[in-house]
Design a protein around this ligand. Structure first.
Ligand code: ZN
Length: 639
């Protein structure tokens, strides 16, 4: 007999009660976001017999979490004392956080394997002794303020979070009005352009928004934000938002939805939640410092955090009665995800790449390309033009080393504008390795902007990094981010000494020179022809970075006294292509070839019009499948 996929709450509850061992004191069975939470007075029994839970999860086709009933949990102080007795001192516990909403306790340890004990013996022991479920994580050598703040905030708002999770569950598992037969996507932003990505997926039953970004280079709300004012977009009927990665052109407009009353979930990976919160807070601060209107406030960012449901890669999750979501590694920045949507009962499958790298980088593994099914592929095309073929990675690094060495030999300084998240870390790993091997002269590398905080977030999630980097951090204690070459600049008044000092490398934000400390360094370094401005990332149309890259040799800037001065650009301006976290043209084409199974339709977004159109033509011709590059506000019916 074929089992129905949607089961109402009563049926789920009965199925659980019939199949669970008796006498374990079940007190509640509740929705917890897209999962079912079973509250019991003896959680250790169920956790010791995980196959029972797995069997039931298979029967009801839902994910199950086992929670200790609050009445049997030890008070937090006492539980903390017991945990410290059970886990050996050598494990180096650095912090313990309790989350009363879920009954989970996060234990940060310098040596997680020692904290776990043999075959997780300590974990079992803690459950038995305290009835809290421990989650053991690696303590970052560079603690991240953002992660700590998010944890404290979630714990302090546990009641509200419980309400949200229950309501999300009720909505996800509601009985659909009609069977899903149609699917369409509407492009609200980020089509034929780079910036403000937002794609609305609608079925007969549900609607889901993929990404909700801003265009950081735009000062005009009309093309700075997604077009949410179209009749298709109804905030009250939105089931879920999925954020592929933290960059502001994908996540920067999310808090705006909460400002206008959205009360639903936002799904993303764990690193994405930390990184996007960091970037959104910074975005507000930059707008405020420039005296510009902010589209939302800090309270709205906190509201988004409260509604976040973090997912691991490859974890299948119901997000609407007829939509299942799975995140896969995208290889673009830490936590970046490719979105897979399974719609209806096998009706249609969408893969949305977000920004992705189908190739080798120092920081991350290449993007996933195998899915259970895919009919429609929505792919970015930032580097979709024929000239966008990057040299092999090895020669990219050698060219980078050559430019840096040449400048240092001439007695100059190398200024590299970098975004705080992604390329900053990639370049740091390269600099550390080349200096260690003696292939780049050993000079101080000054790092300024939010990079240090972003490094801390990278260290907190080592399992998301490339195998090599993960091993260096976890097992070899050779953390490149803690290398002695790096000097983190904490105060703007330190800049004077750096600028007056000897040859060095400076990494500073922002990556496209639209703000941040890089501007101050540039203003002071530009007139000296021994120095080099070295671009390693994509420069969006209209940004100062792009204009200098295209040959601008005089720039009007505000100096430290607040006066406008004209700066002559005598320094060398160089670009080393190939460090990008995006797939180049060859990798994009290769992805369409390699993705398994082969999609029936490819839709291109996230690229300048010329690049999207050229890429669409190439793919249609080569692969003999339908390939389109829609404009913003266009809808495509998929089924
Ligand atoms: Zn990105």
């Amino acid at each position: 007999m074929q089992r129905r996929i949607e089961k109402p709450y009563e049926e789920i509850r009965n199925c659980i009660l019939e199949n669970i061992p008796s006498g374990i004191g079940i007190t509640r069975i509740e929705y917890e976001g897209p999962r079912i939470a079973i509250y019991t007075k003896k959680p250790e029994v169920l956790l010791g017999q995980s196959y029972v839970v797995a069997d039931i999860a298979g029967m009801i086709k839902k994910r199950i979490v086992v929670r200790a009933d609050p009445s049997v949990r030890l008070p937090e102080e006492e539980a903390e004392r017991r945990i410290k007795e059970i886990i050996p001192k050598e494990a180096g516990i650095s912090a313990i956080f309790f989350d009363p909403a879920t009954g989970e306790v996060t234990i940060e340890a310098k040596k997680p394997s020692l904290a776990l004990g043999k075959e997780g013996a300590n974990v079992q022991e803690i459950i038995k002794a305290t009835r809290w479920s421990p989650k053991i994580v690696k303590a970052s050598p560079i603690p991240s303020k953002t992660i700590t703040q998010i944890r404290h905030y979630m714990c302090s708002m546990s009641r509200e979070r419980e309400r949200i999770m229950r309501e999300v569950g009720e909505a996800v598992f509601r009985t659909p009005v009609v069977e899903t037969k149609n699917v369409r996507v509407t492009f609200l932003g980020g089509s034929m352009e780079v910036g403000r990505s937002a794609i609305l997926v609608q079925t007969d039953e549900s609607s889901v928004l993929l990404d909700c970004g801003v265009n950081p280079a735009s000062t005009n709300p009309r093309d700075g934000f997604p077009r949410l004012n179209v009749p298709e977009f109804d905030l009250d009927r939105l089931d879920a938002v999925v954020i592929t990665h933290a960059h502001l052109d994908h996540s920067g407009f999310l808090p705006f939805l909460y400002k206008y009353g959205y009360d639903g979930p936002v799904y993303c990976s764990m690193p994405t939640l930390s990184l996007m919160t960091l970037l959104q807070l910074d975005y507000l601060q930059v707008l405020e410092s420039e005296g510009r209107v902010t589209p939302y406030s800090k309270a709205d960012i906190r509201d988004a955090v409260l509604h976040a449901i973090t997912l691991r890669f490859n974890e299948v999750t119901d997000i609407a009665p007829d939509i299942r979501l799975t995140l896969h590694n995208a290889g673009h920045i830490l936590g970046s995800s490719i979105v897979h949507l399974h719609i209806g009962r096998g009706l249609h499958n969408i893969v949305y790449t977000g920004d992705f790298k189908f190739g080798y980088t120092r920081l991350l593994r290449p993007a996933a390309s195998t899915f259970p099914r895919v009919e429609t592929l929505i792919m970015e095309s930032t580097y979709g033009a024929p000239e966008d073929v990057m040299p092999p990675r090895r020669s990219v690094e050698e060219e980078f080393a050559r430019v840096v060495n040449q400048t240092l030999k001439d007695g100059g300084k190398v200024l590299i504008p970098v975004p705080a998240v992604g390329r900053a870390q990639e370049i740091m790993v390269v600099l550390d390795e080349y200096m260690r091997r003696g292939e780049i002269a050993e000079v101080p590398v000054y790092v300024e902007g939010m990079i240090e905080e972003a490094n801390g977030i990278h260290m907190a999630y080592p399992t998301y990094l490339s195998q090599e980097l993960k091993n260096k951090i976890l097992y070899e204690d050779q953390n490149p981010f803690e290398s002695e070459y790096f000097v983190f600049v904490k105060q703007p008044d330190q800049r004077f000494e750096i600028v007056e000092g000897g040859p060095c490398v400076i990494l500073a934000t922002s990556g496209m020179m639209v703000g941040g400390p890089v501007l101050d360094y540039f203003r002071q370094l530009a007139p000296d022809k021994r120095n080099t401005l070295l671009f390693v990332t994509y420069q969006v149309n209209g940004s100062l970075g792009r204009r200098i890259q295209s040959g601008l040799r005089q720039v009007s800037m505000v100096n430290s006294e607040g006066r406008v001065e004209v700066v002559d650009v005598n320094m060398r301006v160089e670009t080393v292509e190939g460090f990008t976290g995006h797939s180049d043209r060859a990798q994009l084409i290769n992805y369409v070839r390699k993705i398994s199974p082969t999609p029936r339709r490819v839709v291109l977004c996230h690229g300048e019009p010329r690049k999207c159109l050229n890429m669409a033509m190439t793919i249609s011709r080569m692969m003999k499948l339908t390939c389109r590059a829609p404009s913003n506000l266009e809808s495509i019916r998929l089924v």
